[in-house]
Ligand binder design. Structure first.
Ligand SMILES: NC(=O)c1ccc[n+]([C@@H]2O[C@H](COP(=O)([O-])OP(=O)(O)OC[C@H]3O[C@@H](n4cnc5c(N)ncnc54)[C@H](O)[C@@H]3O)[C@@H](O)[C@H]2O)c1
Length: 250
């Protein structure tokens, strides 16, 4: 059966790369973001246009922190596909500010999107999956290398990503052996999230002081997701896999 894959945060960055990679592998891909992700545009060879049009079965627009919206999306997938084989949950936001200039509203929003959103989307996806020890569905949550350590001026984001690992490790035990649950913990990846609008120049410079001395590409994270969803990923659960250029060696 062709894998049925849901990718959140699929409008750009890591999520868009994951959606493309799964579609190219032959999966049917439902893409979700705050605004419904559009077609793939001229960056793709014409020969692939039809294949992507088929593979990108659905485009959902909703906020991952909105329980009713997440439930509606899951109901729609159940009605259309009858279930789900792979979740790649990429939707997330970052926040950089010294603690003493961090209003509680900012903390609440980061936790709502990154942690509550992971809980809601993960719970909905697992509810759509049929446990199967021989060929288990996969839940892949994009956390961060910052899930492994503390970082000055990023405490709400760091706390949210530590929380995502807590969900992953708990769900991995709760649903073994029928569903595999893993986190992907990227280091610095070259997306809008690390762009000038979101990150200080000082922070970008720090991020480059890693062993591989470059930002990763979204496609390198997508390759990790594809592997974890493949037959080769069947002995992984409760893990935090790091395409991170050596930024952290937990
Ligand atoms: N870029 C990095 O260096 C890096 C490193 C480690 C982890 N991550 C994580 O990877 C994931 C993807 O990051 P990215 O770099 O592709 O970021 P990005 O900002 O380029 O893309 C994030 C996507 O998530 C969507 N999104 C944000 N809030 C949402 C919400 N409430 N509901 C639905 N969709 C929402 C955005 O619209 C956007 O399309 C995030 O969880 C991020 O924390 C990124």
């Amino acid at each position: 059966m062709t894998a049925r894959v849901l990718v959140t945060g699929a409008g750009r960055g890591i999520g868009a790369a994951c959606a493309r990679a799964f579609a190219a592998s032959g999966a049917r891909v439902a893409r979700a973001d705050l605004a419904a992700p559009a077609g793939e545009g001229p960056a793709f060879a014409f020969a692939f246009a039809f294949a992507f049009a088929f593979a990108f079965a659905f485009a959902f627009a909703f906020d991952v922190s909105d329980e009713a919206a997440v439930t509606a999306m899951a109901d729609s997938l159940r009605a259309s596909w009858g279930g789900l084989d792979v979740l790649v949950h990429c939707a997330g936001i970052i926040h950089e500010a010294p603690l003493l200039r961090t209003p509680v509203a900012d903390f609440d929003r980061v936790i709502a999107v990154n942690l509550r959103g992971s809980f809601l989307v993960g719970r909905a996806a697992i509810g759509l999956m049929t446990p199967d020890a021989a060929d288990p569905p996969r839940v892949l949550m994009i956390a961060s290398d910052m899930a492994h350590y503390g970082r000055e001026t990023f405490s709400p984001y760091v706390a949210s990503k530590h929380g995502v690992l807590g969900l992953v490790r708990s769900w991995a035990k709760e649903f073994a052996p029928g569903i595999l649950v893993n986190a992907i913990c990227p280091g610095p990846i070259d997306t809008d999230m690390l762009g000038a609008a979101h990150m200080s120049a000082e922070w970008r410079a720090k991020e480059l002081a890693i062993p591989l001395a470059r930002f990763g590409q979204p496609e390198e994270v997508a390759a990790t997701a594809l592997f974890l969803a493949s037959d080769g990923g069947r002995y992984f659960t409760g893990q935090a896999i790091g395409p991170n250029g050596g930024s952290v060696m937990p």
